[in-house]
Design a protein around this ligand. Sequence first.
Ligand code: PGA
Length: 251
Amino acid sequence: MAIRRSLIAGNWKMFGTRAEAEHLLSALKTRIGRPTDREVIIAPPFTLLETASRLLAGTSICLAAQNLHWEPQGAFTGEISGPMLKDVGCSHVILGHSERRQYCGETDEQVAQKVGAARRDGLIPIICVGETLAQREGGETTALISRQVRTALRQVQTNFSSLIIAYEPVWAIGTGKTATPAQAQEVHAAIRATLAELSDRATAEMVRILYGGSVKPDNVDGLMAEADIDGALVGGASLQAEAFARIIQFR
Ligand code: PGA
């Protein structure tokens, strides 16, 4: 089995002023100051990318945006492009988050376009997939997730191993309900099987698959013990330095 470096990403969503970002990032830097074998990414809102980029300079913490537009530039009022994100210091971008699918009508096809754009623009996409409670109860989870992954990767022909997938069951996001480690592992294994069909087994073994949905200090250890869970995409708890630092230091 390939060795995958663990990855903890914090999705700040639509939270934070510049003063709050400075406070949170300096608290985080003190807590995780020493070099770690774990990769850490934070994804603040667009307005804080410049501030975060400055504060993270010289650290090993990477910067992600929470969305992009697929065109590199143009008359798209209110949108932000990949080259703009690169310019401000982003290395990664979260794409297809369920909140964007749910509230902004983002489709699998649009996610695919955005994944293609991120790769063209030199950003590593963190591609979110996940089922609703009704879909889970209807027994649709595996087929749905496989379809989301296949569609999102439609424009990806090469270099699969650098992709990052985040499995985020919609019913577990911000609800305090986490998938059990076994439930998450089952879906992660299915995602890896889909990736193997799209590329090959060895490549699929190199892709990091994160779990997201109410990850907290008290449940991260159990989740991270599963074979195919390579990290976490953390929402609420990433806004508290102490909780996020503890998640990064999972055992
Ligand atoms: P949560 O959010 O940790 O607050 O559930 C996770 C996410 O939406 O990425």
